[in-house]
Design a protein around this ligand. Structure first.
Ligand SMILES: [Zn+2]
Length: 150
């Protein structure tokens, strides 16, 4: 028997893909309930972002794994045929030249499961999101209490 770490339902098949009745609370839980084949990709992507945003708070926002630091820095999500990365429209604008091989729309990038994940590029984008936040957060309204001056 395999028990889903998120909804605690039990299945005969390990990592059985199912519709969780409870939304995942952590990024690990989110990844654990994705289909087997894409979990390694999600773990790589997660580790790559985590490595360059060590001070960010990890959470689930809009049902997506999210790195937060005063505001949402970057999200990702698993889809049937791709992983979606949501670094914001400023980032997709800045990195436009490097994203020509990928499907993008305002603030989102799609990485198809059939292609290798461009981890270096993902790392660069995540790093940029952290740096951009550090420079601009004092001027935004969406300002978390955690970052307020003591
Ligand atoms: Zn579940």
């Amino acid at each position: 028997m395999w028990q889903c770490p998120n909804c605690k339902r039990e299945f005969k098949v390990a990592e059985q893909h199912h519709f969780c009745t409870i939304p995942p609370k952590t990024i690990e839980d989110y990844i654990a309930v994705q289909p087997d084949g894409i979990q390694p990709r999600l773990k790589e992507l997660y580790a790559a972002i985590k490595a360059v945003l060590p001070d960010a708070t990890e959470k689930i926002a809009y049902q997506m794994p999210t790195f937060w630091h005063g505001r949402n820095l970057i999200h990702f999500a698993a889809f049937k045929h791709h992983i979606g990365l949501y670094p914001g429209s400023e980032a997709t604008g800045v990195f436009a030249d490097k994203l020509t091989a990928y499907k993008t729309s305002k603030g989102t990038i799609q990485f198809p499961h059939k292609d290798p994940l461009p981890l270096e590029l993902i790392t660069e984008i995540a790093e940029w999101c952290g740096a951009y936040n550090a420079v601009t957060k004092g001027r935004t309204a969406a300002f978390g209490k955690e970052d307020s001056p003591a």
